[in-house]
Design a protein around this ligand. Structure first.
Ligand code: SF4
Length: 268
């Protein structure tokens, strides 16, 4: 994990009023899933209700921002670019934990090429139909031991535009296969090979050590850039196995292989 990943629930945001707790806002190319390769502004919302061991994002800290303040940050990072050509990806952490995420989507729909939310599927909120809902289920944890997949709420599964699963080649790991219930899902299923790191990237380490003192500006520029090609950062032999296994699994089941392409390009 790149952060400490303190597990929290929806109650954490009970006093949010009209604000969202935002880790970072940055302009990049979407690396995974249905909009791979397309320009997008990522809005990373802070905090999560899970603590997956392979989690490669830092979302411990945030700034409380209104929808208008988030919109102003989008303007800032796009620096005059045509917003209609650029999508929005709202991710986390777990964005569904924050009740104001629906209002945020409503404010951004129509201004951008697309609005996508990525969720682990454990919390349900009603979104406008035009929002693309990518559900990436994860496994429950107990005392650091990975248990079975958490099946998303049936309303989320009915609303999901696609599913995305992380996969590793390790026999016995729940991440070695897609859970049985997912085979009933009629829309697209993406498989993303798990990337294993030898170490936490130095920028993420620095932000972790700042413990609440970092700025949204710093988090938006420093932490998100990780390169697949940085010597020693990733466990290349294990990652090769995971990539090859995921590709074979996709061929066997007619799923879609989704690599973390932003890592290969060394962008956020
Ligand atoms: S659900 Fe996603 S964001 Fe949360 S800890 Fe797991 S991988 Fe990280």
């Amino acid at each position: 994990m790149f952060g400490k990943n303190e597990i929290i629930g929806q109650r954490y945001f009970a006093d949010a009023k009209d604000k969202l707790f935002v880790t970072s806002v940055f302009h990049t190319l979407q690396g995974e899933g249905p909009y791979t390769g397309r320009p997008a502004v990522f809005i990373r919302l802070a905090k999560c209700n899970l603590a997956c061991s392979f989690c490669d994002t830092f979302f411990d800290d945030g700034d409380w921002l209104s929808v208008d303040e988030i919109d102003a940050r989008i303007e800032l990072v796009l620096d005059g670019a045509d917003r209609r050509r650029i999508g929005i990806v709202i991710t986390g952490g777990e964005p569904m934990l924050q009740q104001n995420v629906v209002v945020l989507c409503e404010a951004l729909l129509g201004k951008h090429a697309f609005v996508q939310i990525e969720t682990n599927g454990t919390v349900y909120q009603v979104f406008p139909d035009a929002v693309t809902l990518v559900v990436s289920p994860k496994c429950a944890l107990k005392n650091g031991v990975v248990l079975n997949y958490l099946k998303p709420n049936s309303k989320i599964l009915a609303r999901a535009d696609c599913l995305k699963f992380v996969m590793e080649d390790k026999v016995g790991s729940p991440y070695n296969a897609v859970p049985d219930w997912a085979f009933e899902f009629a829309k697209d299923i993406y498989i993303s090979p798990m990337n294993i790191y030898n170490d936490v990237p130095k920028d993420a380490k620095m932000l972790r050590s700042e413990a609440g003192a970092s700025s949204i500006q710093k988090r938006s520029t420093l932490d998100e850039v990780v390169s697949f090609w940085e010597p020693g950062l990733l466990n290349m032999s294990q990652n090769q196995k995971n990539h090859e296994y995921a590709a074979k699994y996709c061929l066997e089941h007619n799923f879609i292989l989704s690599l973390q392409t932003h890592l290969y390009a060394g962008i956020a």
